[in-house]
Design a protein around this ligand. Structure first.
Ligand SMILES: Nc1ncnc2c1ncn2[C@@H]1O[C@H](COP(=O)(O)OP(=O)(O)OP(=O)(O)O)[C@@H](O)[C@H]1O
Length: 225
């Protein structure tokens, strides 16, 4: 199997008032194509930091992050933004939908950066929304949807560009048990049926059960690997 994500000897620090706050400490990790990886660990252990590095939202202080053969730690800000748009789908805890846009328009957003025609975009948006079971909610605004439905729109937006990897940061963190379970079933389907490689940060052991592998972070290091 091919490793689609390679994190090599990565260090990440933040600076606050010129004081260094080390977060990740010589961390290495590989994720195979088609894997569904759950990242667990206590609050502050560096899960979101690691996820953001893999997704190209942030860059390491030292070390390499290679995703689908591109060393993204070497890309400058604008190349990284372009790379992200082409390769990464994000799902956040609080959905991050644009309130003044409909479900359709929210899902269409990432496609506006591509060369697709309006008709092609329509096809992709409708497909993504039907995969998440919301083909009948195209014209609803986020506030007209339940939390679980909002998260499904966010997932449709994340998959509409057919990204190389899907990253999710506590995707069920703000949902009741039933909606959380529906979201996890959907993630599982994206992994098994649509062969999406998924990296998901979660506190929830039930959520992690859906993953094909679980890793624990503690104080910026992987434990039990
Ligand atoms: N932009 C930032 N500037 C300064 N410090 C930061 C920044 N982002 C994260 N940190 C610090 O890095 C550490 C790790 O944060 P991170 O969000 O990665 O942890 P986490 O394991 O995801 O925690 P949680 O489960 O609470 O979300 C924390 O001490 C946090 O305060």
């Amino acid at each position: 199997m091919n490793s689609i994500i390679k994190v090599k000897n990565v260090f990440k620090s933040y600076w606050r008032n010129s004081i260094e706050i080390p977060v990740l400490n010589d961390l290495s990790l590989e994720v195979e194509e088609g894997e569904f990886l759950a990242l667990m660990g206590p609050s502050g252990s560096g899960k979101t930091t690691l996820l953001n590095l893999i997704a190209g939202i942030d860059r390491p202080t030292k070390g390499e992050i290679i995703v689908a053969d591109t060393d993204i730690s070497k890309l400058n800000e604008s190349s990284l933004a372009k790379w992200r748009a082409d390769h990464v789908g994000f799902v956040f805890q609080f959905y991050n939908l644009i309130p003044v846009l409909t479900a359709y328009e929210n899902v269409e957003l990432p496609l506006l950066l591509t060369k697709l025609s309006k008709a092609e975009r329509k096809k992709h948006v409708e497909t993504a929304l039907s995969i998440v079971g919301l083909a009948d909610r195209l014209n609803h605004y986020p506030k007209q949807l339940s939390g679980g439905q909002e998260q499904r729109v966010a997932i449709a937006r994340a998959i509409v560009t057919d990204p190389t990897i899907l990253v999710a940061d506590e995707p069920t963190g703000d949902l009741d048990k039933k909606s959380a379970s529906e979201i996890l079933t959907l993630m599982d389907r994206l992994n098994k049926e649509f062969k999406k490689t998924i990296v998901m940060v979660t506190h929830d052991p039930h959520a992690a059960e859906k993953a094909s592998r679980k890793l624990h972070l503690e104080k910026g290091e992987l434990v039990g690997v």
